[in-house]
Design a protein around this ligand. Structure first.
Ligand code: GTP
Ligand code: MG
Length: 457
């Protein structure tokens, strides 16, 4: 690892995105058929997304979005961080109607963009909630703002973000409204949130920060020297310092790794979408191709009297099928997929070999000798035909299975090769230091995987 792992992560992410882009721009050049230009149109949003994500990496700008239900104080929290009232706040629900971003200079080298979003639970504002979700998807770090015990909608949104692998800080705002004991109780409840779910850890103390972004004015009793008493309204200063420190620490320790990770997650999702769209549009032609290969291979195996040539010929046909399929889809065929596929091929050739051995035992003759010896003896001819049909069936089925396996691997595995986004994500997560958001994240993923694999068993 280089002296600065964060720089390495950024460089790996850049390389991965460049590779993905070059693959998919080849798609555009590969053929000029009508279905191809339709496909290019279909995957345009993903390709554009990859391009803009790559550009963002070069700017080194970390995007932090405030996210949550209406009136929790999202805008107020961002104002408090900025130290001035740049974003409108108010008691009515739905003050913020569109996402808005402001630059924040917290000191140090990192550039930060703070993004304010509309409330998630906008009444008659499904479109606004959708906007908020889109912003959240692109953010590198989320400030999830709540102002007390959380509601079901908040809990769901929180789970959704965790599933989407979003690093977040739970900001408990408006603490000025709660007496200390209530505040501690709510804090403990928030911490236990994760526990409700067997695949989740409880939130760590560093992941929950209590603030009062825009404390309500308080009536204070003022006693004058002459004994008269008066009451005045005073607005307490915001309590935001702890949140600022937590953010600064995250930015310094892992800001660039977060940037890299987020770019890779977006690239992974974009690649998966591209693969799915490609598969969909090419299904019919792929099915034809697989069927043709299946027929030819079955025929070749049935007609070929020499056992070893059966297996070799079958193997060649399978490899050719995979190559044709990956060309048809225009999807990257990485070593990872090729390796997995090879196993499938060997298993299928194994089937062929076994049938060869099995029929030899059964008939006491191999197909080659039956062919030679059959002459004009009708019984022998039937023997030959029976063996050949079984073998051809197995070979044909093998081809079919391989064609199907190739489809699945091309679709699911296109991000797992050398420099594939999923591989680089795994690499980065394997290297993160303890006591970072990413480290906790990795534990979370580990738990999730363990949970889902125990569910499958
Ligand atoms: N008491 C108290 N009130 C707060 C605090 N922070 C914000 N508020 C008040 O809560 C209300 C909502 O604050 P906003 O910042 O507008 O909330 P928002 O989440 O941006 O709301 P929308 O944009 O409508 O979704 C305003 O009246 C704020 O004055 C706080 O720390 N304490
Ligand atoms: Mg707002």
């Amino acid at each position: 690892m280089s002296r600065n792992p964060q720089e390495t992560h950024l460089n790996r992410a850049r390389a991965s995105l460049r590779q993905a882009l070059s693959w998919y721009s080849n798609l555009r050049k590969s053929s000029k058929t009508a279905s191809n230009s339709r496909l290019v149109g279909l995957v345009k949003p993903e390709v554009e997304m990859l391009t803009s994500t790559l550009n963002k990496l070069d700017f080194n700008m970390i995007r932090i979005a405030a996210f949550g239900l209406v009136s929790r104080g999202k805008s107020a929290v961002l104002n408090a961080l900025l130290g001035e009232k740049m974003l409108q706040t108010g008691a009515l629900n739905g003050v913020t109607q569109y996402p808005r971003s402001v630059r924040w200079n917290p000191g140090g080298k990192v550039q930060v963009e703070l993004i304010d979003t509309p409330g998630l639970d906008e009444i008659e504002g499904e479109a606004r909630a959708k906007m908020a979700r889109q912003v959240a998807r692109q953010a590198d770090l989320i400030l999830f703002v709540v102002s007390g015990d959380i509601t079901r909608t908040e809990y769901r949104a929180l789970c959704e973000l965790r599933r989407a692998q979003k690093p977040l800080i739970l900001v408990f705002n408006k603490i000025d409204l709660y007496p200390d004991t209530d505040r501690q109780k709510i804090y403990r409840n928030l911490q236990q949130l994760g526990r409700a779910n067997p695949q989740s850890q409880p939130l760590q103390p560093e992941e929950i920060v209590m603030v009062a972004a825009e404390p309500a004015p308080m009536e204070v009793r003022v006693e004058f020297p002459d004994g008269t008493v008066d009451y005045e309204w005073e607005t307490p200063a915001p309590q935001i310092e702890e949140l600022k420190q937590v953010i600064l620490q995250i930015l310094n320790r892992e800001g660039r790794s977060l940037l890299a990770l987020n770019a890779l997650i977006q690239a992974r999702d974009a690649s998966a979408n591209i693969a799915a769209k490609t598969m969909e549009i090419r299904t019919e032609r792929a099915e034809d191709l697989i069927w043709q290969f299946t027929k030819y291979k079955a025929l070749a195996v049935a007609l070929n009297p020499i056992a070893v040539l059966d297996v070799l010929g079958g193997l060649m046909a399978d490899l050719a099928l995979i190559r044709s399929l990956s060309r048809l889809y225009g999807l990257p065929m990485t070593g990872y997929e090729a390796g997995k596929l090879l196993k499938t091929i060997l298993a299928s050739s194994g089937g062929l070999l076994l049938s060869e051995v099995g029929s030899n035992l059964l008939l006491g003759l191999n197909k080659s000798t039956v062919a030679i010896a059959s002459g004009d003896n009708p019984a022998n001819i039937t023997g030959y035909a029976g063996t050949a049909v079984t073998q051809a069936g197995i070979a044909g089925y093998g081809s079919y299975a391989i064609g199907k396996a190739a489809q699945v691997y091309l679709e699911k595995g296109c991000t797992w090769g050398e420099l594939g986004s999923s591989s680089v994500i795994a690499e980065i997560l394997a290297e993160v230091e303890p006591n970072t958001i990413l480290y906790r994240f990795r534990q979370e993923l580990y738990l999730q995987n363990r949970y889902s694999s125990s569910q499958e068993n």
